[in-house]
Ligand binder design. Structure first.
Ligand SMILES: Nc1nc2c(c(=O)[nH]1)N(C=O)[C@@H](CNc1ccc(C(=O)N[C@@H](CCC(=O)O)C(=O)O)cc1)CN2
Ligand SMILES: Nc1nc2c(ncn2[C@@H]2O[C@H](COP(=O)(O)OP(=O)(O)OP(=O)(O)O)[C@@H](O)[C@H]2O)c(=O)[nH]1
Ligand SMILES: [Mg+2]
Length: 457
């Protein structure tokens, strides 16, 4: 059990004006501090009743009015933090809430550090580290799908899976120890092939879980979709058509877009980071060349490249080069309003073998078909099945390191290294898994997790 003797306070609701704003206190003196400020509207009120809302006024020691509030007392160890908690539901204005916090400080509370409420919940075993992280992921989730992914972690499903993997390793570890301690005992001895099979099984399950990090990335952070192609092809026009606003400058002068432009859109629940880039061409202008360099860098990171081609002019050398060297590419035949039927270049390789979206960015024709295609392609490559467990970066890194440790161990086992040396790798893998859930935690791990939280969380 954690032994926090101080009581922390913070505004729990976001800045700005709102109907209600909450000031939260947690720690042994939470009830007493709140009682010092709170004046119930009920005659005969003597104490807060747990998990009840009490109506009244907050006043400073001189009797000055602070706010009219609802107060809730949640005693430890069952509360969110595991300590005595009081929530003061005030009117949602910055000055009101700051004034209430100041008065709590006067009464002996200390201002909470970022993430300190959640950190206390973790230290008091109210949740494991993956659940604490899930709170932040839930708060930051951009779409319903991301909410679902964070939700299953908040429910403890990732922690349970990690626990299963760790139990598998612990059991092998025990058998290894027995084999090391009683090498002459034939019955107890763990055969190298059985050890190898057991380790490989856990290693595979670990890698599978770690791989969900990349698959979940598009839903969490947004898929990077980059508009590319020759100057004047209509990339900026298409950007505007997709956004539904005139965001990017469009002119008939080739080389209009110089720096890239990024905007966020949602396509049927999929968060997308849409980027318009400088048109690709041989140029002597040093500013334009820098822009083109940025375009190329973005193309390398894109989840999907939309190669925009002027249907009337047909593809140029840069387009051909991109089409031949990019896997995740969708060809957009733009300016279809200018050509009568299907342009001849579409019959030629490699264009004839590629999936194609004919449209007119200027008139908005065919844009919805393009959006459906983007959604389908990104989801096919990037979507974890519903209910999948998607580790975050910290969890992913630990999983990868643990599986590397096991892969090394398998190599060394095949190389005939003795069991007592191999067991060190098994130990390391177990520790890495325990760090994911926080069963083993260092100051560095806790800081890395909780310092990224906001104040009041
Ligand atoms: N007002 C408010 N809303 C909130 C939170 C909060 O702290 N305050 N939460 C904070 O992130 C989330 C909910 N998380 C919570 C988790 C446990 C308990 C709690 O008191 N649990 C007791 C319930 C006992 C009872 O109902 O009688 C328990 O589990 O024993 C409260 C909030 C989201 N909404
Ligand atoms: N007729 C027709 N004209 C279009 C269409 N899309 C774009 N244009 C025109 O093509 C010209 C270039 O459009 P932009 O969107 O600026 O092209 P871009 O690819 O962003 O060009 P750079 O920024 O120079 O690389 C403008 O005059 C647009 O009005 C279309 O679907 N049909
Ligand atoms: Mg442009």
């Amino acid at each position: 059990m954690n032994t926090n003797s101080d009581t922390i306070v913070a505004i729990a609701t976001p800045p700005g004006q709102g109907a209600i704003g909450i000031v939260r206190l947690s720690g042994p003196a939470a009830g007493e501090i709140a009682r010092g400020l709170f004046h119930s509207s009920r005659p005969g009120f003597t104490a807060f009743k747990p998990y009840h809302l009490h109506h009244g006024q907050l006043r400073d020691p001189e009797g000055n009015f602070l706010d009219e509030v609802l107060a809730a007392f949640m005693p430890g160890p069952g509360s969110f933090t595991g300590e005595d908690v009081v929530e003061l539901q005030c009117h949602g204005g910055g000055a009101v809430l700051r004034r209430v916090v100041e008065e709590c400080l006067e009464h002996g509370a200390r201002l909470a550090a970022p993430g300190e409420f959640s950190k206390r919940a973790f230290l008091n075993s109210r949740m494991d580290l993956t659940q604490a992280e899930a709170i932040m992921e839930l708060v930051g989730a951009p779409t319903a799908v991301a909410v679902g992914l964070a939700g299953s972690k908040l429910e403890g499903l990732l922690a349970r899976r990690i626990g299963e993997l760790r139990a598998g390793l612990e059991s092998l570890r025990v058998q290894l120890c027995v084999a090391v301690d009683f090498p002459e005992d034939e019955v107890e001895c763990l055969a190298p092939e059985d050890l190898a099979r057991g380790v490989a099984e856990v290693c595979e399950a670990m890698t599978e879980l770690a791989d969900n990090y990349d698959r979940g990335r598009c839903w969490r952070d947004g898929a990077l979709v980059v508009l590319a192609g020759q100057v004047n092809a209509g990339k900026s026009s298409l950007m505007n058509a997709i956004l539904g606003i005139n965001r990017a400058i469009v002119t008939d002068i080739p080389g209009t877009t110089r720096d890239y432009l990024e905007e966020s859109v949602q396509i049927d629940g999929l968060p997308v980071r849409l980027v318009d880039t400088a048109g690709l061409r041989a140029s002597l202008d040093s500013v334009e060349l820098l822009g083109i360099e940025r375009s190329r860098e973005l193309l390398g990171r894109a989840d999907l490249v939309l190669l925009v081609i002027d249907s009337e002019l047909g593809p140029g050398a840069e387009d051909l080069d991109l089409a031949l060297n990019t896997d995740n590419l969708l060809v957009v035949a733009n300016k279809m309003d200018l050509v009568g039927g299907e342009p001849a270049w579409l019959d030629e390789s490699p264009w004839s073998e590629r999936e194609l979206c004919p449209l007119s960015a200027k008139h908005g024709h065919g844009v919805s078909d393009l959006l459906a295609a983007i959604r389908r392609i990104v989801a096919a490559t990037g979507a974890p099945e519903s209910g999948a467990l998607v580790p975050n970066l910290r969890q992913h890194t630990a999983l990868v390191r643990a599986s590397e440790e096991l892969a090394q161990m398998l190599d060394e086992l095949a190389g005939g290294l003795p069991y007592d040396i191999l067991s060190v790798r098994l130990d390391t893998a177990c520790v890495l898994l325990a760090e994911i859930t926080g069963e083993i935690s260092s100051q560095e791990v806790l800081s890395a997790v909780f310092d990224g939280f906001c104040i009041g969380k």
